[in-house]
Design a protein around this ligand. Structure first.
Ligand code: CU
Length: 106
């Protein structure tokens, strides 16, 4: 999802065609030697400690796998919360079609 530092290419995730009701898995890789804070708007995933989160810190050269059942149609932003990373291109949108419960954005 996140481009190498200094590149302005958009994240590689493609999501058009995801429909409410589908089970979704995101695999995210943090490349290089910087920390990132992934935030996915409109969605949360369960963690091993029982907490529900919509953002998480990714350390250098780590990966994250999260799953959820899609239930929130709309066009959602996902991005790194480090401002200069986001301004450098670590931002994209994620589109969910179909019917479901429309939850507020976060
Ligand atoms: Cu970042």
């Amino acid at each position: 999802m996140l481009p190498p530092r200094g590149q302005r290419s958009p994240p590689s995730a493609t999501s058009d065609g995801v429909r409410a009701g589908e089970r979704i898995r995101w695999r995210v890789a943090s490349l290089g030697n910087e920390f990132h804070v992934l935030h996915v708007h409109g969605h949360r995933w369960g963690e091993a400690d029982g907490a529900w989160r919509d953002s998480t810190v990714l350390g250098p050269s780590t990966t994250l796998t999260v799953d959820w059942t899609e239930n929130n149609p709309g066009r959602w932003l996902y991005h790194c919360h480090v401002a200069d990373h986001m301004m450098g291109g670590m931002i994209g949108h994620y589109t969910v079609t179909g019917r479901g419960t429309q939850y507020p954005t976060f």
